[in-house]
Design a protein around this ligand. Structure first.
Ligand SMILES: Cc1ncc(COP(=O)(O)O)c(C=O)c1O
Length: 363
């Protein structure tokens, strides 16, 4: 089955084979070597040139675990987080801070609208209690890329900590982590990094990790300094998903062999192929071209076509598309181009899509 979903994604045969490596106890030195290799490769891939300033902390769990761990660990007593919310994952960030009563009024925008850095400046001046600004990089709800650099620079200039959910961005989009002083970036193995689901991570500025050690522990399972201190000793406070770590390590080997810029270009090319064909078929994108990511395109469902109908007919042909969420449920469909997909596979999907749309129209 070809997955056009924004995670999990199709993985290479090499990554799948890694899932079958021999059983291993995480208290053994082989596991410590595996974990340290993954942490080193993450920093090498995403903070080139500033490797000494960042560290990576691994968590067994999905992307939300990494996002929640980053936010919960980042707040000293009495301080608050401001969430920029322009999609379902911004909304999830807002509910994470809401559940723990750590937020202030959200910076809320219509889904598909980019935030204005000057409005952030104003909001931060009005809210001295805000210590952390949290935002999504690639808002997978619509495929929108948020202006990370501009927003992070405003936060940094006002001495705030910028935390980024780049679960569906890292590996698919350009991202300068060190330049605009991103304090923490949450990511996962199973999107543009082409690993298996089950392991996620946070890239953290080392100086900030030291500061976080003095912050209150708001969750036992998701307290980042706890994982960091153990990881530095080659250990993990909980039983990690060992086989998924193997696969992630192999996926990172592939990423470093391909090169992050080449991976990004491959995704751009795949998205361009999809957009060209969809345009010929008169599908209407949800976002204008300048806001779109490299790895997902959202389209309005054509008149008379339900998501279920489109999904089921495509699945019969071996392709899995993705539905709209929340407000957009039943109104749009999404086509992601993350994962170990070849041009031929994308082409095969587009041919199947054309056939499916014609079959539905001829009913
Ligand atoms: C931007 C973003 N953040 C967070 C998540 C949550 O990740 P998970 O479903 O792995 O918990 C997703 C999932 O697609 C996402 O796209």
């Amino acid at each position: 089955m070809i997955l056009l979903s924004p995670g999990p994604v199709n993985v290479s045969a090499r990554v799948r084979a890694a899932l079958q490596r021999p059983d291993l106890c995480h208290r053994e030195s082989e596991f410590a070597d595996l974990m340290q290799g993954i942490r080193r490769k993450l920093v090498q891939a995403f903070v080139p040139g500033a490797e000494a300033d960042y560290t990576a902390v691994l968590l067994t769990g999905s992307g939300s675990a990494a996002v929640e761990a980053a936010v919960l660990s980042s707040l000293p007593n009495g301080k608050r987080a401001l969430v920029i919310n322009n999609g379902a994952y911004g909304e999830r960030l807002a509910s994470i801070v809401g559940v723990h009563r750590l937020g202030v009024a959200e910076f809320k925008l219509d889904w598909g609208t980019r935030p204005d850095p000057e409005k952030l400046r104003l909001a931060l001046r009005q809210h001295p209690e805000v210590h952390v600004v949290a935002m999504v990089h690639h808002e997978t709800t619509t495929g929108l890329i948020n202006p990370v650099k501009d927003m992070a620079e405003v936060a940094d200039s006002l001495n705030r900590v910028f935390v980024l959910d780049s679960v569906s961005g890292l590996g698919g989009e350009e991202l300068d982590v060190a330049g605009p002083h991103l304090y923490m970036v949450a990511g996962t193995a199973h999107d543009c990094l082409q690993g298996a689901p089950g392991v996620s991570f946070v890239l953290v500025r080392k100086g900030f990790m030291e500061r976080m050690k003095a912050y209150p522990k708001r969750s036992w399972y998701l307290h980042l300094p706890h994982y960091y201190e153990d990881a530095e000793k080659g250990s993990s406070p909980v039983t990690p998903a060992v086989q998924v770590f193997y696969a992630f390590d192999e996926a990172l080997n592939e990423l470093l062999e391909e090169g992050v810029p080449t991976r990004i270009q491959r995704y751009k090319n795949a998205a361009a192929m999809i957009r060209k064909k969809m345009d010929e078929l008169e599908m209407k994108p949800v976002l204008p071209a300048e806001l779109q990511s490299n790895s997902l395109t959202a389209y309005h469902l054509p008149d008379g076509v339900t998501y279920q109908m489109l999904h089921d007919k495509l699945k019969e042909r071996g392709y899995v598309i993705y539905p709209g969420q929340g407000l957009l449920d039943g109104k749009i469909f999404r086509v992601a181009n993350m994962g170990a997909l070849t041009e031929q596979q994308i082409d095969g999907f587009l041919t199947a899509f054309q056939g499916t749309i014609r079959t539905i129209a001829a009913r």
